[in-house]
Design a protein around this ligand. Structure first.
Ligand code: SF4
Length: 474
């Protein structure tokens, strides 16, 4: 599996020093990164933050104070794409007040055909642009912009087989670490742009992943999430006899008090061996995201998902036989081209049977360059109506499930102060449920017991089981 060579990575460290030198007379410098889309993009932004920090920029939460703004875009959803463009438009005003400010756009969206040329022409205040395959070259791109004054646009294409190791990274969450195990995807679901904007599937070497896990745990991470578009096919093309089940077992063998999650799992690649490792390893969270997309065989075929509804249901049965209390979540696309009312009801039927802890449902929106974009589209009103009906079914089941938790005591990893009520702490259960309760700051980062006093559809409310806990982990 081709890697970016050590000397090429070292060259980027040299560019980081040169940027530092260029900026040395400018006093304190700040960087702001706006991230759209999935956890993979979050992980990429952590590498951008790591490189910017080494170049002397403090990472800021406020774009107004920034000397460089990077917009890390997503192409998977139309909404994220249009929002990224409108934000780029808003930053124009900031740049008018602060002409030295650098504005950069990166991520999946800029790799799509025509986007880079369009941004170059219509957004003259965008200084740098780079695609996902060029992210590791950000120091060089920024240096070129600063030293020549010229705009640098490198959407990148055709070098997706390369993996860059050894870049610095600054984690945005102290207690949760997102670690990529693989990049790209070979599945070509007909609605999805990922294989087109992130390239073919390629895995990181296990030693590199394990080193990142050990580092994150030593820095205080209590929850590790292993990331990939299809983690279940980890190791293809790299190892003959080492797969994701082996990697998961090796990650769990690392020292430290932490739990492990992973996403995303394609149902067709979920092996019984992986289910056994999940069940046997106490460090693996008993929570699994298993995208369904549709409950109709006809639609699944049109989506090129490869499995049928019965395969999916049989897989869920095997998973629940091994882990009866496992929390399942899923992705569902509503209103795929050609979806009939009957197809939609097949999806609702699976949602009712599986009883997911949560579903992430999306109204289908065509993505440029994918086969489904050329299929006959459904009227928007039909898509919205089905989406709302699906949400109503799920909300009712979720509320009933959550109400069943009232009076019980649940372990919660405390994340911090609630964004909506700073008097309260907020945390998540192993099942991923949000819990709000009163307590002191010293509990942040701890796993503690919370008695649930009240439940709503999207959150639980509770009280500390024992207020004298004050900081001791359960
Ligand atoms: S498995 Fe399908 S939906 Fe997931 S990233 Fe690959 S092509 Fe996209």
């Amino acid at each position: 599996m081709p890697r970016i060579s050590e000397s090429q990575i070292q060259a980027q460290y040299d560019f980081m020093s040169r940027v530092r030198e260029i900026n040395s007379h400018r006093g304190r410098l700040a960087a702001y990164i706006k991230t759209f889309g999935c956890q993979q993009n979050e992980a990429d932004s952590e590498e951008l933050a790591g490189m910017l920090t080494l170049m002397g920029y403090d990472i800021e939460n406020d774009a107004e104070n920034a000397d460089i703004i990077l917009i890390n875009t997503c192409a998977v959803r139309e909404h994220a794409e249009s929002k990224a463009m409108s934000i780029a438009g808003r930053f124009k005003l900031l740049k008018a007040k602060k002409p030295d400010m650098i504005i950069g756009v990166c991520g999946c969206m800029v790799t799509q055909e025509g986007v880079s040329a369009n941004l170059k022409e219509k957004y003259p205040y965008v200084d740098i642009l780079f695609g996902t395959s060029e992210l590791w070259r950000m120091p060089e791109i920024l240096y070129t912009r600063l030293s020549t004054g010229k705009r640098v646009f490198e959407p990148g294409k055709g070098r997706y087989s390369d993996i860059a190791e050894g870049l610095p990274s600054v984690r945005s969450d102290r207690y949760r670490a997102y670690i990529s195990v693989m990049y790209g995807c070979d599945n070509f679901c007909t609605y999805c742009v990922v294989p087109h904007v992130r390239g073919r599937e390629r895995s990181r070497e296990r030693e590199a992943v394990l080193a990142d896990v050990r580092k994150a745990v030593s820095e205080g991470a209590r929850e590790i999430t292993l990331l990939g578009q299809n983690v279940n096919s980890y190791g293809h093309g790299l190892y003959e006899d080492y797969d994701f089940a082996d990697l998961l077992r090796d990650v769990c063998a690392a020292d430290g008090d932490f739990t492990v999650r992973f996403m995303t799992s394609h149902p067709k690649d979920m092996t019984d061996r992986l289910i056994s490792v999940m069940a046997a390893e106490p460090k693996v969270s008993k929570a699994l995201h298993l995208p369904l997309q549709s409950g109709s065989d006809r639609v699944l075929r049109a989506m090129n998902r490869v499995y049928k509804r019965d395969d999916y249901l049989a897989l869920v049965s095997r998973i629940r036989a091994a882990m009866p209390d496992i929390a399942l979540t899923t992705d569902i696309i509503v209103g795929f081209p050609g979806e009939t009312e009957e197809d939609f009801l097949d999806t609702v039927d699976i949602v009712k049977r599986v009883k997911y802890d949560n579903i992430y449902s999306f109204i289908y929106s065509p993505r440029r360059g994918t086969p489904a974009a050329d299929m006959e589209q459904l009227p928007y009103e039909i898509k919205v109506d089905r989406y709302q009906r699906l949400i109503a079914v799920q909300s009712e089941m979720e509320l009933a499930f959550n109400r069943g938790l009232e009076g019980s005591t649940i372990e919660v990893l405390v994340e911090g102060r609630s964004k909506t009520d700073t008097d309260k702490l907020t945390g998540r259960t192993e099942r991923g449920k949000l819990v709000h309760f009163s307590g002191p700051d010293c509990l942040i980062g701890q796993r503690i017991g919370v008695r649930i006093t009240h439940a709503e559809t999207f959150a639980l409310y509770g009280e500390l089981l024992d207020t004298s806990l004050n900081g001791s982990a359960l």
